[in-house]
Design a binder for this molecule. Structure first.
Ligand code: ARG
Length: 412
């Protein structure tokens, strides 16, 4: 891998240990560049990774260089994000605690992977990230990084340097750090292609209905169009390949579906969830494409998979969600679980029709060349091919353990 834009500066470049910083251009990671140099006497390589977060209109790479990083880069990882993280999780119908599509969580191992790649290419000894001490993301980064390279050391400035927004702005002024101070928001947000997360502020009261300003990417269902919209999603082996008959790549498909479903208020989630650190937290999510695709995918599985596969897979899916949520992407149980899930998708191909209407995405039709739905077997009308006489024998055998138990235990 080649990295990055170079800084021709005075920081004793090349003589100090290097740290690769997961950099967003935000306040925390901008001041972290200086803080890392000052506290650890290291050269900082600031790496931003595009997983589909909203683009910022300032050039964060050159700003990192002006703020003292010896190198900086913006790595576009959206395609890899979809093919290697989002689609595998869709095949698993991944909804943590049956509710949250893991949109933040699923991007973390990819970011960790990219940071490790840069650290290797640059011979860096450290990786730094801006996570705090109470969240899941620090675990996902730290564990993700050491599971790929146990020799790397992790620095989390926000875990060590317990600070406030005001103090950080003050620190930036003091050291001439260029920051873009956004309008202060009560919320903490994270966003990528698979969805956005929002916590803090009034959301910390789990009884309070999320106010309108929490939602940024979806239309209020009450204000959504009065006419429903029907869409068709085509899947091949569990992966969406076309929307309304038009084939497109994964990034495009998710972006388009986000707009279409989001315009109908689909994908708003309000959840009190269990963090890995043992803390319950209240968070809202907006994931129009994820919610719609998971529903459609489940419906197609319902038509193409045998009952015991579906039921067994539900248990696997829960475990899968837990591993993703808990930051255990690399090594361990993940690969064998994913292998099982992939194998189940062999026949999950076909088209699902979904009705979008005032906050809901409802599956209203499905078809597949591998459908196990047999109208001749299921019909109560003309054309029935089921052998009705076979039912009596089947029920005799099926009920035999119950009959035997009743005879024997019923004596008591
Ligand atoms: N609770 C979610 C998770 O751990 C999302 C966290 C996102 N962070 C945020 N600042 N909203 O996966």
């Amino acid at each position: 891998m080649t990295c990055c834009s170079d800084n021709k500066d005075k920081n004793g470049k090349g003589t100090r240990d290097k740290v690769v910083l997961a950099y967003s251009g935000g306040l925390d990671t901008s001041v972290a560049i200086h803080w890392l140099q000052e506290t650890y006497d290291v050269d900082v390589i600031a790496i931003a990774i595009n997983v589909g977060q909203p683009p910022s209109n300032d050039d964060i790479v050159t700003r990192a260089l002006r703020n003292g990083a010896i190198k900086s880069d913006f790595i576009n990882a959206t395609e890899e994000f979809v093919s290697d993280y989002v689609w595998p999780s869709l095949k698993a119908n991944a909804l943590y605690q049956n509710v949250y599509p893991l949109s933040t969580a699923i991007a973390r191992p990819l970011i960790a992977k990219k940071l490790v790649e840069v650290a290797k290419a640059e011979g860096a000894k450290y990786i730094a990230h801006g996570c705090t001490a109470k969240g899941n993301d620090q675990v996902r980064f730290d564990v993700g990084i050491v599971s790929q390279d146990p020799n790397l050391k992790i620095i989390a400035p926000m875990r060590e340097w317990v600070t406030t927004r005001e103090k950080e702005i003050e620190y930036a002024k003091e050291h001439g750090i260029e920051i873009i101070v956004k309008k202060e928001s009560p919320y903490s947000r994270d966003e990528n292609l698979w969805g956005s997360s929002c916590e803090c502020g009034i959301l910390e009261d789990p009884w309070a209905e999320p106010p309108a300003d929490v939602w940024e990417n979806t239309v209020d269902p009450e204000k959504a169009p009065n006419e429903p919209e029907y869409i068709e999603i085509e899947f091949e082996q569990g992966i969406p390949v076309a929307l309304n008959g038009e084939r497109m790549d994964g990034v495009q498909l998710i972006e388009k579906l986000d707009r279409v479903a989001g315009a109908h208020g689909v994908g708003r989630i309000d959840h009190v969830e269990d963090r890995l650190m043992g803390i319950k937290s209240r968070e809202t999510y907006e994931c129009p494409a994820a919610v719609t695709l998971i529903k459609a995918h489940q419906a197609l599985e319902g038509m193409t998979l045998p009952r015991d596969t579906i039921e067994y897979k539900r248990g696997i899916e829960q475990k899968y969600c837990q591993l993703v949520y808990d930051g255990l992407w690399f090594g361990g149980l993940m690969e064998p679980l994913q292998a099982f899930i992939d194998k189940t998708q062999e026949f999950v191909s076909g088209t699902v029709r979904v009705k979008l209407y005032k906050g809901s995405a409802t599956v209203v039709g499905r078809k597949s060349p591998y459908s196990m739905y047999d109208e001749g077997l299921s019909t109560y009308a003309e054309g029935d091919v089921f052998d009705h006489k076979s039912a009596t024998g089947f029920i005799y055998v099926w009920g035999l353990p119950g009959r035997t138990a009743a005879k024997s235990h019923g004596k008591k």
